[in-house]
Design a binder for this molecule. Structure first.
Ligand code: FEO
Length: 397
């Protein structure tokens, strides 16, 4: 499959309808994904990015229907992660002398992945590549989200090839932002941001502002995953600026696991208390052992506070709660509040452990947490409702 974006630009990527996990098993992709590769034809021809390794042969066969491979003059490797560079080794066997344009870190990453000394051309921000009547302008995007990440901008057509930035894991036969369900599109875009880009929010903000300061007209943003932003591409730039600014909605996420339903009862009672104190706040409960962790991370990203609950087991916490706390720590959320809760039988360390981990992860603790021994009786449930009310009031002040 290929399709024409403009007379001189053809999409030659791969739509992966089957993908359900990405980054190994780390990232859920309920709606599949696409690996976008673009062929830009002028007096010279450039190929921007390739596809994931699994689809190498399909990609090259498809590309050959578009152009004899030796007519490709330049290969642009915006990012070395193998969902975009995976077809390069085979492609470079067929056209071994063609120059590969990438950042200095791109050379390190590509060599690290494939152990090949291709004809690398290192580029920096502001460097240009003349295609004939138009130019590609390179923009380094270090740590968005790898050290090697780069974007490029095509003059004349005013297209930003943004690589992972502004992408979404969506498979669609309709590859433009105005052709797909808007709720699905923005859900996948915010999930991508929350799970991949949160740690780099300061850099996202700075890079976007640096690029905006160049005053380049942007008619289209072509990311490396999902649909192309052709209808008002500024909308996703504005969303990224919002998301990069310690984003929070009027929402509280309650994330817990439970053994014999005691901690679940606390979670539900806390939710009831919050809602009694503040009717306007959205409260969402997730049994993390039964929920998709990337969806939960997205909801935490959208929340002004997260309450984390686990019963005590073996002087510790349940493994699903430990796993999400580790994930939260790595993402480095900013400007969010938190509290812990949990049932216990005898030693009862869980609340202290969770509170300590949340504090170390940068959350502001709302209190010392709520503990309930054995299965919560009506008094313990009432205490949990009060605990929720206090939190609802604190967060509403
Ligand atoms: Fe889509 Fe960072 O690779």
């Amino acid at each position: 499959m290929s399709f024409t974006i403009k007379e001189n630009i053809t999409w030659v990527g791969k739509i992966d309808w089957e993908l359900r996990k990405f980054h190994g098993e780390e990232y859920s992709t309920h709606r599949g994904s696409s690996y976008n590769s673009y062929l830009v034809r002028d007096k010279k021809t450039a190929l921007i990015d390739t596809v994931w390794t699994l689809f190498t042969h399909e990609f090259i066969a498809n590309l050959q229907k578009e152009i004899p491979l030796d007519k490709i003059d330049f290969i642009i490797a915006n990012h070395a992660e193998s969902d975009h560079s995976g077809a390069l080794p085979q492609l470079m066997k067929l056209i071994p002398d063609k120059p590969v344009y990438c950042t200095a870190n791109g050379v390190k990453s590509l060599k690290g992945h494939y152990h090949q000394d291709w004809n690398f051309k290192i580029v920096k921000t502001g460097d240009t590549l003349n295609l004939g009547s138009k130019e590609l302008v390179f923009i380094e995007a270090q740590m968005l989200h790898w050290p090697d990440s780069m974007m490029c901008y095509l003059t004349g057509d005013n297209i930003l090839f943004s690589n992972d930035a502004f992408g979404q894991h969506i498979a669609s036969e309709r590859m433009y932002n105005d052709q797909v369900d808007q709720a699905e599109l923005f859900q996948e875009a915010i999930k991508y941001y929350a799970n991949i880009l949160t740690p780099f929010s300061k850099l996202v903000d700075k890079k976007i502002k640096d690029v905006l300061a160049l005053n380049l007209p942007v008619d289209m943003i072509c990311p490396s995953h999902g649909v192309i932003w052709r209808d008002n591409p500024a909308q996703i730039i504005q969303k990224y600026l919002q998301w990069a600014a310690d984003y929070a909605e009027n929402q509280i996420a309650i994330v817990y696991d439970t053994m014999w339903d005691g901690t679940r009862k606390l979670a539900e009672a806390i939710a009831k208390g919050i809602t009694q104190a503040d009717e306007s706040v959205a409260v969402k409960l997730f049994n993390i052992a039964r929920s998709d962790k990337n969806d939960v991370i997205t909801e935490i990203f959208k929340s002004k506070a997260v309450l984390v609950g686990s019963p005590t087991i073996n002087k510790g916490i349940l493994s699903a709660v430990a796993a999400i706390l580790e994930e939260i720590k790595g993402l480095g959320f900013k400007n969010k509040k938190a509290a812990a809760f949990g049932c216990y039988g005898w030693s009862g360390e869980s609340v202290k452990i969770i509170s300590s981990q949340l504090k170390d992860s940068g959350f502001e603790l709302l209190n010392d947490g709520l503990r309930a021994q054995w299965n919560p009786d009506p008094d313990a449930v009432a205490q949990a409702v009060d605990f929720g009310k206090q939190i609802g009031q604190q967060l509403n002040e």
